[in-house]
Design a binder for this molecule. Sequence first.
Ligand code: ADP
Ligand code: MG
Length: 681
Amino acid sequence: MNFESSVTEIKGIGQKKAELLKKLDIETVSDLINYYPRSYQDRRFITPIANLVPGNTYLVRAYVINIVNNKFGYGKKKTLKITADDGSGRMEIVFFNAGFMANAFKAGEEYLFYGRASSGYGNRLQMTHPEFSLAASDALRGIIPVYPLTDGISQNEMRKWQRSASKYAENVKEFLPPEIIARNNLCSYSYALSNIHFPQDEQKFKEARYRLVFDEMLCLQTGLFAIKNGGAGKNKGIAFDKKIKVDDYINSLPYPLTRAQQNAVREIMTDMESENAMSRLVQGDVGSGKTVVAEIAMYKAVKCGFQAVLMAPTEILARQHFENIKKRFAHFGINTGFLSGSVTKAQRTETLKMIKSGEFDVIIGTHAIIQPDVHFKKLGLVITDEQHRFGVNHRTLLGQKGKNPDQMVMTATPIPRTLAVILYGDLDISVIDELPPGRQAITTKAIGKDKRIDAYRFVKGQIDKGRQAYVVAPLIEDSDAINVRSAESIYSELLRLFRGYTVALLHGNMKQKEKDDIMERFAAGKIDILVSTVVIEVGINVQNASVMVIENSERFGLAQLHQLRGRVGRGNYKSYCILINDSETEVAAQRAEIMVSTADGFVIAEKDLEIRGPGEFFGTRQHGVPDLKIANLVKHIDMLETVKEEALAVITEDPLLESAKYAPLRERIIKTFKSNLDLKM
Ligand code: ADP
Ligand code: MG
């Protein structure tokens, strides 16, 4: 049989079952074999009936001594009652509505039963609807896989099909070269496949799992490396002039750089001056001062005769950067332009002309900058702010706008370093792990819904001192489906509660112009309370704001809460974050406690990861990182470094995996991540 044959080749799978299997993404025999168990039941050992404890699950081997097929109880449905005896004791086996099964048993024969023991009528030991087989059969015994299923497919069917398929696993071809297998002490691929489904013992299961986890991470990592410029590892780029210094700019700043900022600047300068194109991720907590680091890099690029781009994910943020940076750069004779979706047609034409002619040295804007009709004179540096909003593909598009310009991305979503290795496999990483001095610590309080009014009384006190407040809600409008307070309903409530104050509403469905208007008024201190959805999450800098109230905080991810909290405490005022939690669950309490107890974004990111798992943490779509079938980036974190080294070795040796040696691996990568990664290979 061919592994790429349809699953219908397997006995017992007809058209109908094949349709159902499609829902599990299983279409070929190979898909089936690569559909791994969710868990296992250890049914290697037989327990004497005398030792059974109600509530637990056992494998029992016993003779059937009596069969009663009767109509009992209310609906007068047939109930089959069997008495089984293994010499140590007796138990009753019960099947409801299954009188037809009477023929499956014969008195005097020995059977295996697997099921949950319970205590029946008159304290008699019972097993209801156990799995069973003749004692001589081994179908019930061993370490038995449990598969995730879909309606219409039973656990037993899936096991039977997997058993048939696993017979063919012996012939499956190895796709890793022998060195990688030897270096990492891996078992063969075919061994791994048979033992992941029907392991003979724990040791073999562990070997199998290790191999498959390794494979999946290696495929992902190698795939990510290969994405970068179609597979080239280090690639030639611009060598910015070493003799041109950035000290003038740094000395013009109203503050000295922090040690962490200095380190990042040093790493960036080294990258820029080298003849390889820079690909660097700058990670720094909210407020750690990434913008100025970006400015220094742009300054360097411009002074070396190139243009530089800074791209932000939202209009508000792009404008804020533009307003601030334009002024500072003007002192140095640097011309800064702005481009976004909201500029008028005439303005846009004019701006495009000035970008093309080189009159603009620096262009700040939104993704409007990557439209096909934007041409540069001499683009040398591309910086993307708040990287988590853009995918890998955006980065690639921007890179194509120049002759392999240096690239830098900045993110305030702290990612544990080990994970960043996989997520940003194609980037070098600088971490700004220090906040500028004199920052006000933010006091965080988590309260229940019953204390809401107290929270708003506190907000009033702050406003009366001249401060401003943010109130964030998870939804825009009330929804029947989800029982949470919407931004709209909170807004109308606060209008009543805060008579004589200015309350405004901001959400993602509003027109850009309206949003900008409101943000401008808030920044100018003309609005006391801004009620909004998470649109304000990224980057906004209003130093007079001192309180952040988050309604239904249980509905936000920790990293998101951390981002939101970072909107306050930006000036000289003592600041507060109030989380209004409307959930009684343990997890909600745990999460609130983390937010209260730490302000360190990296710690929060790690905890978030622990609680929610990597799938949700990364939000697959946002990052373009696919779901993993067997590898778990948290549990298997210690394998990441090894895998990264192997992947690097592969890519260095054969950047596009074209050799006979790596072609099978390449095929495997494409198969595993076909629709998820933008693989140009
Ligand atoms: P983020 O990393 O969140 O983008 P920003 O770049 O917006 O942070 O910086 C936050 C604030 O800190 C800004 O007002 C900026 O002027 C200020 N800042 C940046 N670096 C320093 C520093 N070394 N010392 C004092 N203030 C700084
Ligand atoms: Mg920023």
